[in-house]
Design a protein around this ligand. Structure first.
Ligand code: ARG
Length: 430
C-alpha cells in the first residue's frame, strides 16, 4: 500500500516501483524515522491535534516497532513505519501524518542520522590521531630522510612525520565538528514546503529531538542538503589526508626503502608469490579517497540545478552518505591498528638520513656560518656533489663539522623537526 493512493485508479507499475522505491537503502533511517515520528506525535498532542490517549497509543506503537526484515517490501522507510504502526494501532496510525510531509520528515531523519555519523567519524579520527601521537612520543629522535619531489632533501624525525598527519587530522576533526554544528537545526514542522498548518511549537520540537533550534525557512528546510555535502567534503578531505599517509607508508615499507615493516595482521599475501607481504589496507585507503571525492562531486552535481523546493532527485542524497560512513568506519580503525603495529628499522632509517644527499644543506649552513656567503657555500657544496667528492673532505677543508644529529638539533624554531621541539609538540597533542 502506498501513502498516496487516493488520486490514482490503479496502483504503481512494477517498473515504477523498481525505479522509484528507496526502501532498499533508506531502511538505514529506521531509528531516526521512529524517533522523529515519536517527537511529532508528542508535538501534535501539545498542539491539541491528538488527544493524550491517541498520542500515548501512537508512541507506544512506534516504540514497539521492529526494524525492517530482509523480506519487507515498501516504497520507503516512512511507508514501512506507518504500515507497521497501523498493524498495531489500526486507523489511528493515519493521524500521525497530520500536518507533516515526507519532505520535512526525510530531511529530519537524515539530519538525525548525520549527527551520529559525525560523532562516529570524530571518534575514529581520534583513534588514528592517538596512535600517531603515541608513535611520535616514542620516535621524537628517530632520524629518517625527509623528501621534497620524492628526492632526498633534509633529515627529519619519524615523530615529526607522525605529527604532520596529526595536524591534518585535527583540522579534519574541526571541519566535521563545524559541519555538525550547522547540521544542528531541525526541519520538522516545515510541512511539504510552505510550513505546517498545525500550531506546533517548533523550537520545543527541535529541542525534544536533541537539535539546537528549529530551521528558519520551510522552503529551505525541505530542500537544503548542504549538511550532506559538508559531511562528504569533510570525509573526502580526511580520506585525502589519509591517502597521503598511506602513500608515504607504502613507500616506507617498499622493498627498496624498507624503513618499516607492516604488522602481519595488517598485511596480505599473494596466492602466487610466496615472498609477498602486501600493503592492501593502505592501498584501499588510497582508493577509497578517490571514491569519496566522487561521492562529493556526485552530490554537488545533483544539487546544483534543483528548483525549490523538494525534488525527487534528493532521494539520491542518501547512498553517498551511507557508503561514506561505512568506508570511514572500516578504514580508520584498520589504519589505526596498522600504525600501532608498524615496526621501524631505526638503524636503516638513521643510515639513510646520514647520506651526503641529506646532509648537503646542513654542511652548506655550517660553511656559511663560518663567514662564507650562503650563495658561495651553496655553490661549493653543489660542486662537490657534482664531482662526487665526499662532503666530509669539504667539511674538513673548511674546518666545520656536520652530522644528522646536528642537522636535526638545529631545526629548533617552533614547528621544526628538532627532537626537543618534536617532544614538546607530541606532548602538547598527547
Ligand atoms: N524517499 C523520499 C526521499 O528520500 C522521501 C520523500 C518523498 N517525498 C516526495 N515528495 N515524494 O527523498
Amino acid at each position: 500500500m502506498t501513502l498516496w493512493g487516493g488520486r490514482f485508479a490503479s496502483g504503481p507499475s512494477e517498473l515504477l516501483r523498481r525505479f522509484n522505491d528507496s526502501f532498499a537503502f533508506d531502511r538505514e533511517l529506521f531509528d531516526a524515522d521512529v524517533r522523529g515520528s515519536v517527537a511529532w506525535a508528542r508535538a501534535l498532542a501539545d498542539a491539541n491535534a491528538l488527544t493524550a490517549e491517541e498520542c500515548a497509543a501512537i508512541v507506544e506503537g512506534l516504540e514497539a516497532l521492529a526494524a525492517p526484515g530482509a523480506d519487507d517490501d515498501f516504497e520507503d522507510i516512512h511507508s514501512y513505519v506507518e504500515a507497521k504502526l497501523r498493524e498495531r494501532v489500526g486507523a489511528l496510525a493515519g493521524k500521525l501524518h497530520t500536518g507533516r510531509s515526507r519532505n520535512d520528515q526525510v530531511a529530519t531523519d537524515l539530519k538525525l542520522w548525520l549527527k551520529e555519523a559525525c560523532n562516529e567519524a570524530l571518534q575514529s579520527i581520534d583513534a588514528v590521531s592517538k596512535s600517531l601521537v603515541r608513535r611520535a612520543v616514542e620516535e621524537v629522535a628517530t632520524p629518517m630522510p625527509g623528501y621534497t619531489h620524492l628526492k632526498q632533501a633534509e633529515p627529519i624525525t619519524f615523530g615529526h612525520w607522525c605529527l604532520a598527519y596529526v595536524e591534518m587530522l585535527a583540522r579534519d576533526a574541526a571541519r566535521l565538528a563545524d559541519a555538525a554544528r550547522r547540521n544542528d537545526e531541525c526541519p520538522l514542522g516545515s510541512g511539504a514546503l510552505s510550513g505546517t498548518p498545525i500550531a506546533i511549537d517548533r523550537e520545543a520540537l527541535a529541542k525534544s529531538l536533541g537539535f539546537a533550534r528549529a530551521t528558519a525557512n520551510s522552503l529551505d528546510s525541505v530542500s537544503d542538503r548542504d549538511f550532506a555535502a559538508e559531511y562528504l567534503f569533510a570525509a573526502a578531505m580526511l580520506l585525502s589526508h589519509l591517502s597521503r599517509l598511506a602513500e608515504d607508508l607504502i613507500f616506507f615499507t617498499s622493498d627498496e626503502v624498507a624503513f618499516a615493516e607492516l604488522p602481519d595482521a595488517m598485511a596480505t599475501g599473494s596466492s602466487r608469490m610466496p615472498q609477498k607481504k602486501n600493503p592492501d589496507v593502505l592501498e584501499l585507503v588510497r582508493g577509497h579517497a578517490g571514491r569519496a571525492i566522487g561521492e562529493l562531486t556526485g552530490l554537488l552535481a545533483l544539487l546544483k540545478g534543483l528548483p525549490l523546493a523538494y525534488d525527487k532527485d534528493l532521494q539520491l542524497d542518501k547512498e553517498p552518505l551511507f557508503r561514506t560512513r561505512l568506508t570511514l568506519a572500516a578504514a580508520l580503525p584498520a589504519l589505526a591498528a596498522l600504525l600501532d603495529g608498524l615496526q621501524l628499522d631505526r638503524a636503516r632509517m638513521r643510515d639513510a638520513a646520514s647520506r651526503d644527499l641529506l646532509l648537503a644543506t646542513t654542511l652548506t649552513d655550517a660553511i656559511a656560518a663560518n663567514g662564507v656567503p650562503f650563495r658561495e657555500a651553496h655553490e661549493l657544496v653543489g660542486n662537490a656533489m657534482r664531482d662526487r667528492t665526499p662532503l666530509q673532505s669539504l667539511a674538513e677543508k673548511h674546518g666545520v663539522t656536520f652530522s644528522v644529529d646536528e642537522a636535526l638539533a638545529k631545526r629548533s624554531a617552533k614547528g621544526g623537526t628538532s627532537p626537543l621541539r618534536v617532544k614538546e609538540a607530541a606532548e602538547a597533542r598527547a
